[in-house]
Ligand binder design. Structure first.
Ligand SMILES: NC(=O)c1ccc[n+]([C@@H]2O[C@H](COP(=O)([O-])OP(=O)(O)OC[C@H]3O[C@@H](n4cnc5c(N)ncnc54)[C@H](OP(=O)(O)O)[C@@H]3O)[C@@H](O)[C@H]2O)c1
Length: 280
């Protein structure tokens, strides 16, 4: 099974592996190395780039802006608004600030970062729709929404225009497979899988290492191809190292076999009951 592209409800098609940026542009390495890593990813087809106003208090967005300068048309750009800014007046202000930091005039996708229980979802949807009408975003979605949150969203006027739900999903955290993933799949809502390498913990796993050796590919590619195996999931690994990004891009052409998937299920059993959504 080769990892296929993913279609958003507005018809936009993206590769199933993108790039995260939570810790980038914040001094962990020389900024040029991290920018080179992101550009390597774009060269290799990892064109969806995920950021958020929260990451490094704007430094991640500035870093992404620097890394994609001159290449805006090649990338599918995702950012997120904090719940504390998620009001009728706060959302357009936060979006403008993100656009300025990124050095672009439009986002491809704008997400509510998480539901905090106080956010007025109807107001959020109205504000997102207004931004879409104004051409500042092409689509909007949510993050860290469980099934009941999605039900509440879809019950609102225009709530069904939600283009994605970005949630924790990796081999060590398969909980969404029980209810949320099928719920989204049934409604044509792609899921974005964050922390798809388990924050790099999965790279030390013996089962994944054996499968990777059989395919002659990096371990990270196995974990990412697995996350994106359904055609309805986009995995967004973060890597500030060009060699790591190149390893991750190998997932785009990796074909996991039925035997591989059985071995993976034995090592990382799928969920058998509904549990609360894990959030990082
Ligand atoms: N919506 C949300 O609430 C939410 C929450 C968490 C994360 N996210 C998004 O998801 C993205 C990814 O999640 P994450 O950063 O938590 O975890 P992750 O992608 O699972 O893991 C990132 C770690 O893996 C390492 N890595 C990546 N590729 C590697 C490779 N081929 N070989 C060895 N190490 C490798 C990276 O190190 P190097 O930098 O050294 O390559 C980094 O330390 C974030 O950047 C963010 O955009 C969203």
């Amino acid at each position: 099974m080769e990892t296929g592209n993913v279609r958003f409800p507005n018809g936009k098609v993206v590769p199933p592996i993108g790039q995260g940026s939570w810790h980038l542009g914040q001094g962990r390495r020389p900024a040029d190395v991290e920018a080179a890593a992101m550009r390597t990813g774009i060269d290799l087809g990892l064109t969806l780039i995920d950021t958020a106003e929260m990451y490094g208090e704007g430094r991640s967005e500035r870093h992404v802006g620097h890394a994609i300068a001159g290449r805006r048309e090649e990338v599918f750009l995702v950012s997120k608004v904090l719940p504390s800014n998620a009001t009728r007046h706060g959302i357009p202000k936060a979006c403008d600030a993100s656009l300025t930091r990124l050095g672009v005039d439009r986002l491809d996708l704008y997400l509510l970062h998480w539901p905090d229980g106080r956010t007025d979802l109807a107001e959020v949807v109205d504000a997102f729709e207004a931004l879409r009408g104004a051409g500042k975003i092409r689509a909007w979605g949510v993050s860290n929404f469980d099934v009941d949150d999605m039900e509440a969203l879809f019950a609102l006027p225009d709530g069904r225009n939600c283009a994605t739900n970005q949630v924790l999903y990796n081999l060590g955290s398969r909980g969404i497979e029980f209810a949320l993933l099928p719920w989204c799949a049934a409604r044509g809502v792609p899921v974005m899988a964050y922390t798809p390498l388990g924050g790099s913990r999965l790279l030390r796993d013996a089962t994944l290492a054996r499968i990777a050796a059989q395919h002659g590919c990096p371990v990270s590619a196995v974990a990412l191809a697995w996350a994106a195996r359904s055609g309805g999931v986009i995995a967004i690994p973060e890597a500030g190292n060009p060699a790591h990004v190149a390893e991750n891009a190998r997932a785009l052409t990796l074909e996991l076999t039925a035997d591989d998937l059985l071995s993976i299920d034995a090592a990382f059993p799928p969920p058998h009951r509904k549990a609360p959504l894990d959030i990082i």
